[in-house]
Ligand binder design. Sequence first.
Ligand code: TRP
Length: 363
Amino acid sequence: MNATPQPADPGADALGTSAAQARSAVLEQLVRQDPGRFRVLTGDRPTGRLHLGHYFGTLHNRVRLQDLGVELFVVIADYQVLTDRDVADNLTEYVEELALDYLAVGVDPARSTVFTHSAVPALNQLMLPFLSLVSVAELNRNPTVKDEIAHSRQSAVSGLMFTYPVHQAADILFCKANLVPVGQDQLPHLEVTRSIARRFNDRYGHGAAVFPQPEALLSSAPLLLGTDGTKMSKSRGNAIALAADADETARLIKGARTDAQRHIGYDPATRPEVSSLVLLAALCLGRSPQEVAEQIGSAGAAALKKTVTDAVNEYLAPIRARRAEFVADRGYLRQVLREGNERARAVADATLAEVRAAMNSDF
Ligand code: TRP
């Protein structure tokens, strides 16, 4: 279970976004050729229900990788909730909502491991040696952390906010994942993870690699905007949750911003709101946005919204039906989390044992 998957390509180095994009195309090929060579770790903070932006941005891709035969670990990052707030409110509820969303979209607990990182002590213990491998200057210049500090709801920045990319490295490296599907904002964290893996191997590996250097798999999914034309986000109230019902979905889409032009077209640069609605319909219908826009043509925004509403509700119907089944069976849900945590603990214990042996501290 804890065998080290080979690094996807030891010579590869993910630098900027364009390099990561080019590399991701190559990785896609490699995954299709030999999925068994990859172990994926990815995850989310439990801060509320997931929405269509998450679905087309990452969830869909995770399930695709799982179904291709890649081993998948999904972390419910409950400690990470505390990076930008003092108390993790509604944590039990949000952890369960997240797990429900995962199951509903097709994460299969028989093949994939869903776990909460707070329940895996050995994972958290990795943070200690890992912290010794990064400098304060490196932590200080992480652009994603800087951005989160700027938008934080806390009056003071906590040590956890400052060091959470190192904790995230523990999330990734405890299971020796070699592939991490991420959005662009997570690239700096992946660089931290790669540095930690490399430095640990150099310092303690005695010529052997304890950790692989994981690579980013950048999503090729275009960005979906929320109903107000800004980034779709739970905290902005502009998101369509996977778990929303058909009526709520219709209401949200009806209230979505459009523009004054009657003719519907697809041009994200000049008509972001209309184009995002067109894109959403296209993703659900499995067609190109241009095609969808052309078909609506001069029928106007009302026709566009009807198309989007029908497409979304039809696409989500089976996902929502599955979710409702799992909602009705909380016992099963808890069992999935319990078993996922057990599996993650076994993997983390084995990795920590290796780390302690490498550091000559296995007393
Ligand atoms: N930082 C991620 C987010 O905010 C969640 C996360 C925690 C994660 N640990 C991870 C993502 C490890 C990828 C790998 O959504």
